[in-house]
Design a protein around this ligand. Sequence first.
Ligand code: SAM
Length: 315
Amino acid sequence: MFHQYKNVIEDGDLVVVYLNPESMLTATVKAGGILNNKYGSFKHNDMIGRKYGTMVKSHDGKGFVYILHPTPALWTQVVPHRTQILYLPDISFISMYLDLKPGKVVIESGTGSGSFSHSLVRTIAPTGHLYTFEYHELRAETARKEFIEHNLTDIVTIEHRDVLANGFGKVGIADAVFLDLPAPWDAVASAKEALRRDTIGRVCSFSPCIEQVQRTALALDEHGFADIRMYECLVKDHEIRTLPMPDIEEAINGQKVNFKLNKNDRKKRKLESGTSTPTGEGSTSSEVMLSKPADQARGHTSYLTFAILAPEVKI
Ligand code: SAM
């Protein structure tokens, strides 16, 4: 369901219930079921047969919610956290830099809460495969259950395994390896073994501190990886503003335009200065929307270390 889309909500579907931008939850739709939250009481029967994305009103008239089709991006926002997780800015950056696309084979460790796994699956579906490894037994079991419930088992295989002690146990099959581990340098040899040698292999390590980046980079270099580079993915908000654009007449007359005034204030000011009629006739000022970047960038979770493994040349 996470890598396919359908239009109509059916009995048994896992859905994302959108309450507001800060609040979403998941529910499994069952005929006769009731969903209760702060916006009221919602009958599952009011959802079944309707299109995904439509609004459903509460039975007791208190409010409404939207029923959305699950996607990896939404899952990242609602997934029950068993660990720290990867968020969308890092997910999209890593997926692009690892050159992931349908058909690719990827190795991931650790699985953690499966946030990144769901995005990986959608990116490589329908012909690729994800092998994901987790040494914490309960986390591995919980992720396995979720993959089954989400119908992803044809694309993802999860293994309960300590990859730092025992490696990945895969040879020459992966296009890319992603490491989110406490000691990624100890997984570099096994990552190399797992990568295909007939094409470029790619690796990415996600580490919160620079000392880990340094050790990983040294290990990558020692094992013959090239193009080793580190990125930090930070989020910068853009504030959208509507600004007045002086028309030619105003500009020629040297009329000062106060960019901080809103539309009503500007109208009032024009009326006060006698440059506009009460109906607005004669005023040809237009407006333009601009985005202003916030000064501070936020969102450091980790550093991303990338490297490539050149294909073996057979002479
Ligand atoms: N990227 C994941 C996500 O988006 O949900 C979160 C990964 S979490 C931060 C790191 C995981 O690595 C933990 O669940 C931990 O149990 C697992 N881990 C740590 N050492 C490991 C090892 N030696 N072998 C396999 N998994 C390991």
